[in-house]
Design a binder for this molecule. Structure first.
Ligand SMILES: C[S@@+](CC[C@H](N)C(=O)[O-])C[C@H]1O[C@@H](n2cnc3c(N)ncnc32)[C@H](O)[C@@H]1O
Length: 241
């Protein structure tokens, strides 16, 4: 479990520094899972990819604790957990210009820009960032709480290196359309599956833009729950451009 100075239990101090190479004790390709829940995906993937460093960022204390218990139980030595709100922590961890900003408009304006004077700017960029089955915030008036939005796309892009990939999945149709639009409308990402797998239930039924299921993604409790409820799972993928 990684620690750093905080302003609240889930918020890092704006000048907090976590040296990732030191935290993992080595340099290696980095994958980040945002919202790992109890850690099924990140731990299983880390065990199958011992040559990668895997960082799990979880905002919910019991989730982070379950994730840690799984890491210990399954002996995954290449996973670290940061208990934090990823939207607040990632800019600080990677020294983006939006580090410590609270104003959504200002965060959106900063986009993927790196502040070379921030200590986090020296951290190695990630090769993979995953946002699988984020909280759907189903009521329309709560949609603004959804994690995947244009400002968050800028943050994710700033944390990825050249050739980096953002992978997303959801079992909620309207969130899938939103994720697809966030990726395709972002100046930082290209959708390698643009136009593919159109869905007749889509607001734009001919638009498509959905990825095949990524073979690195395992079936989690959340995905199974969606399938049991007869919801369709959509994968979305953005390549840093
Ligand atoms: C619906 S669960 C999905 C868990 C897991 N990804 C899976 O597929 O089984 C969403 C998780 O994201 C976490 N989460 C929500 N907002 C977050 C944020 N801003 N930063 C980090 N984690 C967050 C929640 O606490 C929860 O554990």
């Amino acid at each position: 479990m990684l620690d750093a100075p905080r302003t609240t239990p889930s918020s890092l101090a704006a000048d907090a520094f976590i040296g990732l190479n030191d935290a993992f004790g080595r340099e290696a390709p980095l994958a980040i899972e945002i919202g790992p829940g109890s850690g099924e995906q990140c731990v299983s993937w880390a065990l199958a990819h011992p040559d990668w460093n895997v960082l799990a960022i979880e905002a919910w204390s019991p989730g982070a604790a379950r994730c840690l218990a799984r890491i210990v139980r399954e002996g995954a030595e290449n996973v670290r957990i940061l208990e934090a709100d990823a939207a607040q922590a990632l800019p600080i961890l990677f020294g983006l210009t939006s580090a410590g900003e609270n104003d959504p408009a200002r965060i959106a304006e900063c986009g993927a820009e790196v502040d070379s004077g921030h200590c986090g700017a020296s951290n190695p960029r990630a090769s993979e960032i995953w946002t699988f089955f984020p909280d759907p915030w189903r009521k329309k008036r709560h949609h603004k709480r959804r994690l995947v939005n244009p400002a968050f796309a800028g943050i994710v892009a700033g944390c990825l290196g050249d050739g980096g990939v953002w992978r997303l999945a959801t079992d909620w149709d309207d969130y899938a359309w939103q994720m697809r639009s966030v990726v395709e409308d972002s100046p930082y990402f290209a959708n390698p599956y643009a136009g593919e797998r159109p869905d007749e239930n889509d607001d734009e039924p001919e638009r498509g833009g959905f990825a095949p299921r990524w073979d690195g993604r395992i079936m989690t409790r959340f995905e199974q729950r969606g399938i049991d409820a007869e919801r369709t799972v959509h994968d979305i993928c953005g390549h840093v451009c």
